[in-house]
Write a protein that binds this ligand. Structure first.
Ligand code: GDP
Length: 503
């Protein structure tokens, strides 16, 4: 049965499964987080179903989080291991934690949180998030009767400022300086800092190795900083493989399932989503989401990017062509299809150009195209609450699209595609054009050969890319290619050195 939606004029099939195929447990408060049980009513049913082992693992995790989370007596006892090192391994309640420090824009932060949760799930740790300035304003608590926010009076918080790549006590630096495996095994430290951001070094990335994972098991508190999607790297750890195969028989659905499970916009963000959805999107027979990210380092002009976008959407037949002759069509019918184009960008120029184009000319196939852009913030200001709310609302609006066009390298786009469960068409970065042309020439030895993949190509999967993958083997620190280890861990289309999960 499709759920009718007030104001909707089309037959867009909607979903009446508010528990998202069993991902969400019943019983969480509805009023304080309306999106949790309502969002799925606005989405088409996902073709990707979570496995039974994953559902049971999530229920198990929720019980662990209740037992060890910040409101529990076990949590208070576990804090003692931080202040009295002699007690370091002796959490009588067997509670272990992963504290996640996120950084950079919202897309980066969301990838970091999901990575830490994925790690917590397979290592039986409890995730706690250092909330930063605005996180609690954006996302609801996902776990019943507990919190995933690190308490503000957490004793190590004052040290977080010194945790970065060169922090002498980081796991990577400890390994580099030859701390013996035995030392960690015999007297594990109460906590370890894991530096896994974009600038992580080769020793930091030994995190992706079995031997080091064995050591980390002994440490009750792990503090991890990242702005990356670590999941493809964690798939390389062979001791996790058996369980991961059971949890995720389709490897390319990790972000899709865990993202829909974990992230629920707060009521303020949900209001923003609905105020765009109801007047502009609900009438769509088909929705195309276009995300244009302008990076500070971008070399091409806005006009170049606009030309690239138009070339992509026309070549791949994502948007209808316009009739350039002045002859107006006379066969108006009442059954014209409405295609809504949702544009998100810091600049308004792309949507204005598209809007003008479809206003000034009819489409060749008589489709009606409505272009809408919720905001144009001008520049990134990640400490501003309203700015972040708009960013999250737009990721979610994009995730309701049937077709997505995204910008290479952008974690903002990765989040939208993962939540949507859609493989996006990815726009090459402007500066990659010369590189692409060279590679193409080398491959085909002729410039006349036609090919399909400029100026955009379809991603191999909806999974995000790990931009800072391990590049050394675990035993001898020799160069290795993580894209050659498993058939479903491959290089990313938008970052040839990166890793992503495919089928
Ligand atoms: P990335 O830098 O593209 O990987 O994505 P991030 O989300 O990590 O950082 C970019 C930040 O810039 C976003 O979180 C927003 O704060 C802002 N931003 C970039 N593009 C958009 C956009 O299309 N809409 C809105 N509202 N904000 C954007």
């Amino acid at each position: 049965r499709s759920v009718s939606f007030q104001g909707s004029t089309n037959n867009y099939p909607r979903n009446n499964d508010k528990f998202i195929d069993g991902l969400l447990p019943p019983g969480l408060d509805q009023k304080s987080c309306l999106s949790r049980y309502q969002l799925n009513l606005y989405r088409k049913p996902s073709p990707h179903k979570p496995s039974l082992p994953l559902l049971s693992k999530l229920r198990h995790y929720e019980a662990l989080h209740r037992r060890c989370g910040p409101t529990s007596p076990s949590f208070r006892r576990s804090l003692l291991s931080l202040t009295s090192p002699t007690n370091s391994t002796s959490s009588p309640d067997d509670c272990k934690y992963i504290v996640i420090l996120t950084r950079d824009g919202l897309g980066n932060r969301i990838l970091a949180i999901l990575s830490a949760f994925f790690y917590a799930l397979i290592t039986n740790r409890v995730i706690l998030i250092d909330r930063g300035n605005t996180l609690d304003d954006l996302l609801c608590e996902p776990f019943l009767e507990s919190s995933w926010l690190l308490p503000l009076d957490f004793s190590l918080r004052s040290k977080f400022g010194s945790f970065h790549q060169s922090f002498p006590g980081s796991f990577g630096n400890v390994l580099r300086n030859g701390m013996l495996k035995k030392t960690i095994e015999d007297s594990p430290p109460p906590y370890l800092y894991l530096h896994l951001s974009h600038d992580a070094g080769d020793y930091d990335k030994l995190f992706y190795c079995d031997r080091q994972q064995n050591l980390l098991k002994k440490v009750p508190w792990l503090i991890m900083e990242t702005n990356n999607y670590l999941v493809p790297g964690i798939f390389l750890v062979s001791s996790f493989r058996e369980e991961l195969n059971k949890l995720f028989p389709s490897k390319d659905t990790v972000f899709h399932h865990l993202g829909r499970y974990l992230f629920h916009p707060t009521n303020d963000v949900w209001g923003l989503i609905l105020r765009s959805y109801k007047p502009y999107v609900a009438r769509a027979d088909e929705m195309i989401g276009i995300q244009i990210r302008i990076f500070g380092s971008e070399s091409g002009s806005i006009q170049d990017q606009m030309n690239q976008l138009l070339a992509c959407t026309q070549k791949k037949k994502l948007l209808p062509e316009v009739e350039l002759s002045s002859l107006e069509k006379t066969n108006f019918t009442t059954s014209q299809k409405v295609k809504v184009v949702l544009v998100t960008s810091l600049s308004s120029q792309y949507s204005e150009t598209l809007k003008e184009m479809y206003l000034e000319h009819p489409t060749v196939d008589s489709e009606v195209v409505a272009v809408y852009q919720p905001s144009h913030e001008g520049f990134q200001s990640s400490d501003n609450r309203m700015h972040n709310r708009k960013a999250l609302a737009e990721m979610y609006l994009l995730s309701l699209s049937d077709v997505l066009v995204t910008s290479d390298w952008s974690t903002f786009g990765y989040v939208a595609q993962g939540l949507a469960g859609v493989k996006p068409w990815m726009l090459y970065k402007a500066e990659d054009k010369v590189f692409w042309a060279l590679q193409h020439w080398l491959k085909y030895k002729t410039r006349n050969e036609t090919t399909d993949d400029w100026p955009c190509r379809e991603a191999v999967s909806m999974e995000p890319c790990l931009h800072a993958p391990p590049v050394c083997d675990c035993d001898e620190m020799k160069r290795m290619d993580g894209g050659n280890v498993l058939p479903y861990v491959m290089h990313c289309e938008d970052a040839s050195w990166g890793l992503k999960l495919g089928r």
